[in-house]
Ligand binder design. Structure first.
Ligand SMILES: [Zn+2]
Length: 279
């Protein structure tokens, strides 16, 4: 990721992968004991709402792209839709999730121990890996096409590829961000293998070498995987920074970003807001 830090503002934006999803075939070595999910949810409901009779429980596993769950109560039937990743969860996790969902349905606070149990399951390494895979396969990344108004990212990528990577880099998906005005110049989304540049940069007032520099920075992320040092993620190791400085107009690009990018974003925001004000 490439964030602008200037004028006392530190606005680094990190997309959170929150509750993602998993694949039905997957969680290895884990089978639930009963094979039937409904009783676990029925039990949770009875514990939450002892005086409310249920006519039935229906649980459906869906190919969601994240660990999203839906709950409703209609004609006395509790209907639950879960990500199919949870098909392989232990019964205790279904039961905990039942408490979470029923509490939400009745706008009650979620008991801590159930929320924790469910979260612990989602945070398990193997479950996280499955969720990540599902996200990759099913999730769609929303970006604008790489051929912008002023700059064509495909063309610029290929030029940089020849100049700095011996033409050896396989092209990832490229695109302009859907929303402008964030203080992020660009980022590489590893799970979607997509380089996204802030669409504010697709503007005639932006020098081509700045667009190239931001794109080049994101291309370096394909070369340098994230390192872990004592549990900390190191996104821009020293070697990365050294390669970054090899960019022909490194100094000019850095200077432009420091002095102009903030103003560019502010100016474009004003333009966007103006029609609203005049009404
Ligand atoms: Zn970066």
């Amino acid at each position: 990721m490439f964030s602008y830090r200037g004028g006392g503002l530190v606005v680094s934006i990190r997309r959170l992968l929150i509750l993602s999803m998993v694949h039905s075939e997957a969680v290895p070595g884990e089978q639930n004991a009963t094979g039937s999910v409904e009783p676990a949810f029925a039990r949770a409901f009875a514990e939450c709402r002892p005086r409310t009779a249920l006519a039935g429980v229906m649980v459906e596993f869906c190919e969601f792209a994240a660990a999203t769950s839906y709950v409703s109560l209609r004609d006395g039937v509790l209907r639950i839709r879960l990500c199919d990743v949870l098909r392989h969860a232990p019964e205790a996790v279904w039961h905990a999730l039942g408490h979470v969902l029923v509490s939400k349905l009745f706008r009650r606070p979620v008991p801590r121990r159930f929320a924790d149990r469910y979260r612990r399951y989602l945070n398990r390494q193997d479950v996280q890996a499955l969720l990540e895979r599902v996200r990759q396969e099913r999730g769609r990344k929303r970006v604008l096409a790489p051929g912008g108004v002023v700059f064509d990212l495909v063309e610029r990528f290929e030029r940089l590829n020849r100049e700095y990577f011996h033409g050896l880099m396989a092209r990832p998906d490229l695109g302009w961000s859907v929303t402008g005005g964030r203080w992020e110049l660009g980022h590489y989304d590893r799970s979607h293998h997509t380089i996204v540049l802030n669409r504010m940069l697709d503007h005639e007032s932006v020098p081509a070498y700045v667009v190239d520099y931001v794109l080049y920075h994101e291309m370096l992320h394909l070369v340098f995987p994230v390192e872990r040092k004592g549990g900390r993620r190191c996104v821009h190791p020293e070697e990365f920074r050294a390669r970054e400085r090899e960019f022909a107009r490194y100094g000019d690009a850095e200077a432009w970003i420091k002095s102009e990018f903030g103003e560019l974003v502010a100016a474009q925001r004003r333009q966007i807001k103006q029609p609203l004000r005049s009404r």
